[in-house]
Write a protein of this length. Structure first.
Length: 228
């Protein structure tokens, strides 16, 4: 199964091509909020370098959020358009689970924390096999640390940003990772998406939507009492 992975939940995006579970190639583009300019050209280059055509793809797996509103929308829209035009399978994968898959070697529970702005983080707990233990939420980082009583591996941009606070609150119960392991990767998304497709849970290109968890600035402004 030839699988295209797309990960655009943060400003550091990536695309990958896998053959079943074997990674053929992966490109990372840390270009800030410019995924609309670089995503499609990077996919085209990736396929060309792997000597593949779009028609050779059997599935597209895309990270669905939570994360950057614009970046997620671009990634999900691109994946849906490809699957609709090619007739390939589609799998959406939660962005926090993609990050958790970076740490399955640890043998410990995993706390994924990504920056949500306003001093808050998106977070969720996963077990050592990157299976969901808690639903994704938005809270302050202090609340994430409260209640942790055993060794936990922290991963994500929020873990990097609040590393000192995590260490102060949890001491030896907190394990933090090198910076290069704190970004979600398209290859991880493809691996998880493949498992989802093989389990019969593929997504519909017409109905898959990003998981924002928080309303956009425009939606908050529109709902403001001052506009009523």
């Amino acid at each position: 199964m030839k699988i295209l992975g797309i990960e655009t939940s943060t400003f550091s995006g990536s695309v990958s091509v896998s053959d079943d579970e074997a990674l053929l190639c992966e490109y990372v583009f840390n270009t800030g909020p410019r995924h609309n300019e670089v995503l499609v050209p990077t996919i085209e280059r990736l396929l060309s370098d792997c000597e593949l055509k779009k028609e050779d793809l059997d599935a597209v797996c895309v990270s669905t959020g939570p994360g950057s509103f614009t970046s997620l929308r671009i990634g999900v829209s691109t994946a849906k358009a490809l699957c609709y035009s090619l007739g390939t399978d589609l799998a959406g994968v939660p962005s926090l689970q993609v990050l958790a898959s970076n740490v399955t070697w640890s043998g410990n529970d995993i706390c994924v924390m990504t920056n949500a702005g306003r001093g808050e983080v998106f977070f969720s707990f996963y077990d050592s096999e990157s299976k969901t233990m808690t639903d994704a939420e938005i809270v302050d980082p202090e609340s994430v640390c409260a209640g942790i009583e055993k060794k936990t591996v922290f991963v994500g941009s929020g873990a990097l940003m609040h590393a000192e606070l995590i260490r102060e609150n949890l001491g030896k119960n907190a394990a933090l990772l090198p910076e290069n392991l704190n970004a979600p990767r398209a290859s991880g998304c493809a691996l998880l998406g493949r498992r989802k497709i093989l389990s019969g849970k593929k997504d519909d290109p017409f109905t898959l939507t990003p998981f924002y968890l928080r309303r956009s600035a425009a939606e908050r402004k529109a709902a403001s009492p001052e506009r009523q």
